[in-house]
Write a protein that binds this ligand. Structure first.
Ligand SMILES: Cc1cc2nc3c(=O)[nH]c(=O)nc-3n(C[C@H](O)[C@H](O)[C@H](O)COP(=O)(O)O)c2cc1C
Length: 336
């Protein structure tokens, strides 16, 4: 069974398909893919799919909004790469709060080299939970990552060593609070350590090494218990770039925008040969999120914590097929 996707405005059917594949390549908490797309003859709509929210880890659906923001940036960039300007409206209909954005193909204009470079990074980006090489991220690249966040109205606070030490303590505290909650652990088990066949969740092959007591930052075991301990003595990078993506408000609108900022940071990292992983415990537990807000100056709402560095290649995670996430001008037909 194949799916035929029809044109949307000036976008050909192939461009629409590429844009939807790009959107669904976005990262999401536990690879939950909490989005839905509806195509009309003139627009692609992005909807939140709250049935896929992680109700224990993310009861307010904040991380769901981040994932949808990341999907929105990918959609915009893929449309730009096809030589079309996307006209984006956020929350266009107050009667439909889960309609997060409509993206209408507008005027034709060739993509810039920078836009093409970011669009090309969409399918190469991966979450990399393994130890990174020891080389620190150069200052010029750190600046490029900060500018990427600012371009989407976010703010990237790069932690200095004393702040990293505080973050480590907060991460441990948050991690323990979550492990003490049976509902969290049950939800965690449902979504991680998956076989390679599933189209959702985190496959065991994408886990990092089993967490060890001396590890400062990577505390979650995604392997479902199958990961092997690493070579004794081989530790995580000594001078990691740990940064907090913050927003100036904490509304749904601000969280969606923070998701686009997070994704521009991740794509800029990928385009520059850098890898990234997430440390969400600290922002998921309200008490440690408050401490983290204080740590980065008090004026920003922490949305996501990222670890960035030079990593070795890791495999891609699966995605649900477009047929499951796209409605509208789709005509299924049998090939042959
Ligand atoms: C809001 C958000 C929070 C995340 N939190 C974590 C986390 O705490 N630890 C982690 O290892 N991965 C985390 N991830 C990464 C997802 O597990 C990952 O995006 C998903 O499995 C898909 O894999 P990919 O990023 O390689 O495409 C998070 C992703 C998002 C968008």
């Amino acid at each position: 069974m194949k799916t035929t996707i029809t044109p949307v405005g000036a976008l050909t059917a192939d461009h629409v398909r590429d844009a939807l594949l790009a959107a669904t390549a976005a990262p999401s908490l536990h690879n939950s893919q909490p989005w839905r797309f509806h195509c009309t003859p003139s627009a692609i709509e992005l909807h939140a799919d709250r049935s896929r929210a992680l109700e224990v880890a993310d009861p307010e659906h904040r991380e769901l909004m981040l994932a949808c923001g990341a999907a929105l940036l990918n959609l915009r960039l893929a449309i730009r790469a096809s030589g079309t300007l996307p006209d984006v409206r956020l929350f266009p209909d107050p009667a439909q709060p889960d309609l997060l954005a409509t993206v209408r193909p507008a005027a034709q204009r060739p993509a810039t080299p920078a836009e093409r470079e970011l669009a090309a990074a969409i399918l190469r980006r991966r979450t990399n939970r393994k130890p990174f090489h020891p080389d620190p991220v150069p200052a010029a690249l750190q600046a490029a990552l900060r500018h990427a966040a600012e371009a989407e109205r976010g703010w990237l606070a790069v932690l200095d060593p004393p702040q990293r030490l505080v973050l480590c303590g907060l991460a441990r505290q948050a991690h323990q609070a979550q492990l003490d909650d049976p509902a969290f652990v049950a939800e965690w088990r449902r979504w991680t350590g998956r076989s390679g066949e599933d189209s959702e969740g985190v496959p065991a092959r994408s886990s990092g090494p089993i967490p060890e007591p001396q590890d400062e930052y990577v505390l979650r075991d995604f392997s479902g218990g199958s990961a092997r301990p690493r070579v004794p003595g081989k530790d995580f990078e000594p001078d990691p770039m740990i940064c907090v993506l913050g927003s100036f408000q904490d509304s749904k609108h601000a969280q969606l925008q923070a998701g686009t900022a997070m994704q521009r940071v991740l794509l800029t990292a990928t385009a520059n040969g850098l890898a990234a992983s997430f440390l969400s415990q600290v922002v998921e537990v309200p008490a440690t999120r408050r401490e983290l807000r204080h740590l980065i100056g008090g004026g920003l709402w922490p949305q996501i914590v990222l670890r960035i560095g030079y990593g070795s290649p890791v495999p891609a995670t699966p995605r649900r097929p477009l047929e499951e996430v796209v409605t509208g001008e789709l005509a299924p037909h049998r090939s042959g």
